[in-house]
Design a protein around this ligand. Structure first.
Ligand code: DGL
Length: 253
C-alpha cells in the first residue's frame, strides 16, 4: 500500500498521477487539514506534522510514502527518511531542472509557498540545475488556502494571480514552475493570465514515474483508495468532483 500525504487537497493532484501510473496499487491519502496551510509555518512545525502524518501512514502498513507537498519535502523529507529507514520516501520538488532545460529566454519563475520560497533546498536546486538561467522565486501567500476552500472562481484570487504573474512575464520569463501541489488546481486561472507567453511546469507525472520505479517490488493491490483527513474528512470526498477528480471516487474503499 502506498501512503500519500499533504497539508490538504493539493496532494490530490499528485495522487491522480500516481493512480494513473499505478492503477492496481492501493493508496491511502492523508490530508492534514487540521494544520493546513503548511506554507506559513516554521520548519520545526512542518517537520513535527510530517513525522506525525508520515508515521501514521507507516504504522498503517504503507510500504512506500509519497510526500505530495513541496513545502513538507523541503522542510522535512530528510527527517522522515531518517525516522523510517526501511520505507522508500518520494518527495516533490519544484521542476527547476525541466524548466531550466526548456527555457528559450533563459528566464524562469517558480511559484511557491512562503516556506518553500525561503528554503535552502529550493535554493540548492536552483544552484545545481539552473546555472546560467535567471530564476524568479515568487511566494504566493493565500493561494493554497483558496484551493482548500474550493474558491477557484474567486475574482480576488484571479486578480492576485494576474498581479503576481504579469511582472514575471514582463521580465521575460517563459517557463513558470508550479512549486506547490495546490497550484495544479489553479492551472486554468494561471493559463488565463499567461496566455501563450509562458508554459507551466508541473512535476506530478514525473513524481508518479519515480514512485512506480520504487514500487516495482511491492505486491499488487486491488486499486483501492482510502481517504483520511485530520479534520473534516467529509470535505475531502466532496472536493473530488469539484477538482475534476470525480473518477477517483469509484476507488474509495
Ligand atoms: N501543497 C503544499 C505544497 O506543495 C503546501 C500548501 C500549504 O499547505 O501551504 O507546497
Amino acid at each position: 500500500m502506498i501512503g500519500v500525504f499533504d497539508s490538504g487537497l493539493g496532494g490530490l493532484s499528485v495522487l491522480a498521477a500516481l493512480v494513473e501510473a499505478l492503477p492496481q496499487a492501493d493508496f491511502r491519502y492523508h490530508a492534514d487539514t487540521a494544520h493546513v496551510p503548511y506554507g506559513n509555518k516554521s520548519d520545526a512545525e512542518i517537520q513535527r506534522r510530517v513525522l506525525v502524518v508520515g508515521g501514521e501512514l507507516a504504522a498503517m502498513g504503507c510500504d512506500l510514502l509519497v510526500v505530495a507537498c513541496n513545502t513538507a519535502t523541503a522542510a522535512a523529507v530528510q527527517a522522515l527518511r531518517a525516522a523510517h529507514p526501511g520505507i522508500p520516501v518520494v518527495g516533490v520538488e519544484p521542476g527547476i531542472k525541466p524548466a531550466a532545460q526548456e527555457t528559450q529566454s533563459g528566464r524562469i519563475a517558480v511559484l511557491a509557498t512562503e516556506s518553500t520560497a525561503r528554503s535552502s533546498r529550493l535554493h540548492k536546486l536552483i544552484r545545481d540545475h539552473a546555472g546560467g538561467v535567471e530564476v524568479h522565486v515568487e511566494p504566493c501567500p493565500g493561494w493554497a488556502t483558496h484551493v482548500e476552500m474550493l474558491q477557484l472562481d474567486d475574482p480576488a484570487l484571479a486578480a492576485d494571480i494576474r498581479s503576481r504573474v504579469e511582472p514575471l512575464l514582463a521580465a521575460g520569463v517563459d517557463r513558470i514552475v508550479l512549486g506547490c501541489t495546490h497550484y495544479s488546481f489553479l492551472a486554468p486561472l494561471l493559463r488565463q493570465a499567461i496566455g501563450d507567453r509562458a508554459r507551466l511546469i508541473d512535476v506530478a507525472d514525473a513524481v508518479a514515474r519515480q514512485a512506480r520505479r520504487l514500487a516495482g517490488h511491492l505486491p499488487h493491490g486491488s486499486g483501492r483508495l482510502h481517504l483520511l483527513a485530520s479534520a473534516h474528512p467529509e470535505r475531502l470526498h466532496a472536493a473530488l468532483p469539484r477538482l475534476n477528480l470525480g473518477h477517483l471516487s469509484a476507488r474509495i474503499a
